[in-house]
Design a protein. Sequence first.
Lengths: 329, 255
Amino acid sequence: MRRLAIGGQPAKWRKVSEPILSIRGLSKVYSGGVKALDDVDLEIRKGEIFALLGPNGAGKTTLIGAVCGLVRPTAGTIEAFGHDLAQDWRAARARIGLVPQELATDMFETVYRAVSYSRGLFGHAPDKGRIEEVLRSLTLWDKRDSQIRELSGGMKRRVLIAKALAHEPDLLFLDEPTAGVDVELRKDMWEQISALRARGTTIILTTHYIEEAEEMADRVGIIRKGRILMVDEKSAMMERLGRTEALIALAEPIPELPSSIAAFPVELRKEGMEICYRGGDGSGKGREEVAALTKALVQAGIDYRGIDVHDSSLEDIFVNLVSEREAAE
Amino acid sequence: MSFNLRGAWAIYQRELMRAFRTAFQSLLAPVITTSLYFIVFGSAIGGRMPAIDGVEYGAFIIPGLLMLTLLGETTNNSSFGIYMPRFTGTIYELLSAPVGVSETLIGFVGAAATKSLILAGIILGTATFFVDFEIKYPLLAAGYIMLVAASFSLFGFILGIWADSFEKLGIIPLLILTPLTFLGGTFYSLDMLPEPWDAIALANPIAFLVSGLRWTFYGVSDVSIGLSLGLTLGFLAVCTITIAYIFKTGWRLRE
């Protein structure tokens, strides 16, 4: 069994390549006494999409803010691209882009000027070709002369992404990138994010939509109350923590489980009318066991009316993990 | 990257564009207000007033009116320039960019000072329609105006960071700067005040600014130009140190 990476990476990641972002012992206590980050260690590898999941108030935005210069850490170190953010912040920030959670932009500015401004702010020479490329990639080119206040919510969020991409960052933070956008636009955004990754941009995103992380992320980190509970590859996490649940509705009630299925992780419910299986992992083992279970039932002369099989999603894993921690405290 | 010149230029350009976008409020409104002062105090009342220190009354009030507009507009432009990004949340971009206190000040304060200089030129041009006057030391006058514009741009920047509401943003310019400028010899020489008010008036720092600018215009003043210049440079230094401290500690900028 793989060892869980609590509060950091599995050793595998460190062996693959040097991280482009390295956070060590990061803590943040706000002036009111709220501890938003508590001794966070995290490493981000070049070219990956990393999803940071956590309930409201978990510390996701504070973590992003600390890296991007919006929040002053109470303790700890942050290195980006080999630069210590406390010392060599200009060099580090020049390569980092941020798309904030809020739709914060000068609403009276035109799209083109707003994006050009962002490029200049990060120290890059004007480049009409680059601005056009960014705006076209986000289907904003036709809106380039429109004031931002005239755009829809989804378009405004694209403008924020365009502004963050104007200086060609190597590391991009997306704080709830699809919050408040409709399903169609959300999937469109996912495509945009995948395209960015294809161009070599490393992406760290926070999201409430766990399907978003499931869809896009290479690795997932779960944060709660300012502490990183787990960091791992998404597939490994699902394989390790994933479960299969099968509900078998019986044709007739049975007083007890037959001995032939006692070896399966099952329980008898609903006054003997339902058998519930919970087992397996994210690799498909659970479904194989359910198939074996049904054969065993037939051999034992137990008839059933239907089977409902459900593999746990990343959301289930997330909810279970957070719930377990809450129950343990 | 040791200094982000393009970043400073981007802020400067954007702040100037913002002024042109709101040209009526930023440029035309102060010109109209100042013209009304000239009409009332320069032409209507001024014609019945005796010359002060050998300067016709209409011409005498020009430096004071210029200072009145300059202080108000410079402070407002600069404070609004930094307050609005804080209010709307767009400050995130500035704080996450590779720009420090120097680039930020050159951008925001430079733009506010530039707007004020443009405004000063327009007001002086407007004054020529109402009164005849000649500036005795034009280069010194331009330099002094620039110094005051830079100082009060810095002061406005501090106000914009300090304020956490639009009400607070307007309190200092409206309730302190404007009254002090009116009482600082804009429309009269401090010598005209009866005792003890002439001495009390010297407790008003704005009186030194008005007097200094008047000296560059006509070579006459209530206090020595050296004192006026020293006070202005001292104010500039205090504001600069305060802003450097704000950026170092992140007060009201970074959580």
